[in-house]
Design a protein around this ligand. Structure first.
Ligand code: DX5
Ligand code: ZN
Length: 213
């Protein structure tokens, strides 16, 4: 069963309550929050206050994608704000196994992301403590970039290693790239720009969900 996790990054930030309500209405499985600190990636986006303000607008589950250095500094705040899945980057910590364990100990799902320039082997020692692996299909930092085809080999490897693992892809996902990512083994799809610019959110979401085989 595929899941769609729309990212609010490319939506009008002055109208995010409406955006999450429309995404929930259209059948989003998760709302994906892209947190950038101006260090791990150049841009800065938003903090836990925004997530907290949106939490009671929809019943949809929230996940945070921390593109930050020392991600563990932010775990508590985003969990308190209502995120039930926390994803941090393997490149941002010398102790990703311990950090993933600490998320599970807080009773949220633990996700670890890898950049296009990071080998999939970086995730192999973490598999026993992961609820989700996020394979970046663009370089993190900006919405609306072109999908990087070569990242799919990593999805294939992860799927071979762990038939049951949730594998998320993030970046450049649209009706053309989604089926290729799904064939490689991905089952959770972050979609930002494609939905933000869709004239009709419900039909765009239906189209994405209809692509699943
Ligand atoms: C990129 C973010 C993504 C991004 C996806 O740094 O992690 O979640 O918003 O957006 P699109 O679908 O526009 O590539
Ligand atoms: Zn993301």
């Amino acid at each position: 069963m595929i899941q769609i996790a729309p990212s609010i990054l490319s939506f009008d930030h002055s109208r995010l309550a409406e955006a999450v309500a429309s995404l929930a209405q259209a059948g989003a499985d998760w709302i994906h929050f892209d947190v950038m600190d101006g260090q791990f990636v150049p841009p800065i986006t938003f903090g836990d206050g925004l997530v907290k303000n949106l939490r009671d607008k929809v019943p949809t589950r929230f996940e945070v994608h921390l593109m930050t250095e020392t991600p563990e500094r932010h775990f508590e705040a985003f969990i308190a704000a209502g995120c039930t899945r926390v994803i941090f980057h393997v490149e941002a910590s010398a102790h990703p196994h311990r950090l993933a364990q600490s998320l599970r100990a807080r009773e949220v799902e633990a996700g670890v992301a890898i950049n296009p320039g990071t080998s999939v082997e970086a995730l192999e020692p973490l598999l026993d403590v992961l609820d989700l692996a996020l394979v970046m299909t663009v370089n993190p930092g900006w919405g609306g970039q072109k999908f990087i085809e070569s990242t799919l080999a990593k999805v294939e490897t992860l799927r071979r290693w762990r038939p049951e693992l949730a594998i998320e892809v993030d970046g450049g996902i649209d009706p053309s790239s989604l089926p290729r990512a799904q064939r490689a083994g991905a089952d959770v799809f972050v979609v930002g720009n494609h939905l933000a610019k869709a004239p009709d959110l419900s039909s765009a979401m239906r189209e994405l969900k209809g692509l699943c085989v």
